[in-house]
Design a protein around this ligand. Structure first.
Ligand code: ATP
Length: 264
């Protein structure tokens, strides 16, 4: 397994951050759901975002992937200002978002789902979006290994377990070779075994992809052990390792000590 810095504080050696937000804010009817967020994520870093319900985590990802336009502030991808350019263009710039609810085609097999995602990518947007020199077949083989569904390729997606569906959806995203992956509660509803496997998959992807994960399950967060950003009422409350965050009095008061933590 590839070892990367736990903190993400490694020097960028003059290189722009993979992802940087400056004073990022969105207001809904004057309510600031995300409020002046300054986030810096290094290339290949695995960053976890935690916070109580309503802290602004999903809205932050919505802003980064272009689903929601900010009221003010900027979003830079590798130093390029992509603020307000829209979801499709952000995807072409290399950001892939996985939501909680899988959107696979249940009537198709695992293989066919990967084919559809691959064809869409290699057929239409390869020139804009591709981050790999692999052929479509090589890319598909690599992704099948990454998500561990090699023995289920001809199984109908309708027959997959919840965890297997989530991995398939992740594979459909990976086939598009995004440089930045945004994962919204990737272990929601999973068994312990599925959660462990998901941790392995995500850890193995870090380094080659910059990854932002929203997660409530602190045991899982500790397992993937990377720098954590804590959001509270739309603002960054704290950043640090799991150990630092779990000792932080403000975080304990605002989040970890509350009953809103689902699986901690
Ligand atoms: N489109 C919208 N219109 C109005 N308010 C919104 C909208 N989207 C989000 N909000 C509000 O912004 C705040 C942040 O919501 P968000 O979903 O980002 O929180 P979260 O941290 O992801 O919470 P959870 O863990 O429950 O998913 C909440 O108070 C929510 O009600």
């Amino acid at each position: 397994m590839q070892e990367i810095s736990c903190t993400g504080d490694e020097s960028q050696a003059g290189m722009p951050w993979a992802l940087e937000t400056a004073d990022l804010t969105v207001k809904f009817d004057e309510f600031p759901a995300v409020n002046g967020v300054n986030l810096k994520v290094g290339t290949g870093e695995l960053r976890v975002i935690i916070g109580a319900n309503g802290a602004g985590k999903s809205t932050l990802l919505d802003l980064i992937c272009g689903k929601t336009r900010p009221t003010s502030g900027t979003i830079l991808l590798r130093g390029r200002d992509v603020t307000g350019i829209g979801e499709a263009q952000i995807a072409r710039a290399g950001i892939g978002r996985k939501f909680q609810t899988p959107t696979v085609f249940k009537s198709m097999s695992v293989w066919e789902n990967l084919q559809v995602a691959g064809n869409k990518h290699f057929g239409v947007s390869r020139n804009f979006f591709c981050r790999t020199d692999s052929s479509p077949a090589e890319q598909q083989g690599k992704v099948i290994d990454q998500i561990g569904l090699g023995s289920l390729l001809h199984r109908s997606a309708a027959e997959l377990s919840h965890g297997q569906l989530q991995w398939l959806e992740l594979g459909m995203l990976l086939i598009q070779s995004p440089s930045i992956l945004l994962l919204d509660e990737p272990t929601a509803g999973m068994t312990t075994e599925e959660t462990d496997k998901t941790a392995d998959i995500i850890r193995s992807l870090a380094g080659n992809h910059t990854i932002l994960v929203i997660e409530h399950d602190m045991a899982f967060v500790r397992q993937i052990c990377r720098k954590i950003t804590v959001l509270h009422q739309g603002r960054i409350l704290a950043e640090g390792t799991a150990e630092e965050i779990e000792r932080n009095a403000d975080v304990i008061q605002a989040y970890l000590g509350s009953a809103t933590v689902s699986h901690a």
